[in-house]
Design a binder for this molecule. Structure first.
Ligand code: GLU
Length: 261
């Protein structure tokens, strides 16, 4: 039997905080208990928010916490061609379509129904474009993202997202298509991540089904909250690991505080 594969997949758009530490430690613990492997993946497809200094901070902070991972680390921005190839496959099967609407336009075109992020479902004007018209607009440099044709997909769980944008404008890819592509390419068997991402999971299962990829086991853990019960945010430096370290915390203090005694 091959060994289970876990992964921790942070986005380098801020410093790691206690919530990330919890997720990384939980993945490491579960991998160790299952005699599994632990991968680290840098999810930097959002080029407007990712910074190289946050990538090095991720390595340093995890090492300081005492977590070890397999090499090489997969850096998503080096693999846009893989995500693009899956986008083309999905387009060829009629599951997605390019959307040329600006954010403003897409909202104006939106329906009354809202998705789990509180955004109105896309009204679908670009869905009506013929492939020839869409190809011509792309060939002429038309800025576009990619939306899933949810009516076509017929998946009641994923349908809460409407025609979700699975790959964004201005970037070669986006989180949804990249995460599904990489989990399959890296043979990930167990996805252990925060409850904040749980609403996106039906979308990931849908993409796996369409692309003929295996669906890993999903486990969504509770989020670490501050004293007032708010979700920790990357912009809040008070819980950043390096801030706590600067204040004298040891890796063992952090582990104990998070229940990894
Ligand atoms: N990169 C995502 C984040 O930092 C997590 C993705 C995942 O675990 O599937 O929020």
């Amino acid at each position: 039997m091959s060994r289970p594969v876990f992964r921790f997949a942070p986005s380098p758009n801020g410093l790691l905080h206690l919530g990330h530490a919890y997720s990384a430690l939980l993945n490491a613990q579960m991998a160790a208990q299952a005699d599994g492997r632990l991968l680290l993946r840098i999810e930097d497809t959002d080029e407007s928010r990712s910074r190289p200094e946050f990538v090095s901070a991720i390595f340093e902070d995890l090492e300081w916490l005492g977590i070890s991972w397999e090499m090489p680390v997969r850096i998503q921005s080096e693999h846009f061609a893989d995500y693009q190839a899956n986008l083309v496959r999905l387009w060829d099967m009629g599951a997605i379509y390019p959307c040329f609407c600006s954010r403003k336009r897409a909202h104006a075109d939106g329906l009354q129904i809202r998705d789990p992020d509180g955004q109105p479902h896309y009204g679908g004007s670009c869905r009506a474009l013929s492939r020839a018209d869409a190809e011509e607009r792309i060939a002429h440099g038309g800025t576009h993202g990619w939306r899933i044709d949810m009516a076509q997909a017929g998946d009641p769980e994923a349908a809460v997202w409407g025609d979700a944008m699975i790959a964004k404008r201005h970037v070669g890819s986006s989180y949804h298509i990249a995460v599904v592509t990489d989990d399959a390419l890296q043979g990930v068997t167990h996805v252990v991540r925060g409850l904040d991402i749980e609403p996106a999971t039906p979308l990931h299962r849908l993409l796996q089904g369409l692309l003929g990829l295996p669906t890993p086991v999903y486990l969504h853990h509770d989020l670490i909250r501050d004293a007032e019960g708010h979700k920790l945010s990357k912009s809040l430096s008070s819980t950043a690991l390096r801030e706590l370290r600067g204040d004298g915390a040891t890796a063992n203090n952090i582990r104990r505080r998070l229940g990894f005694g």
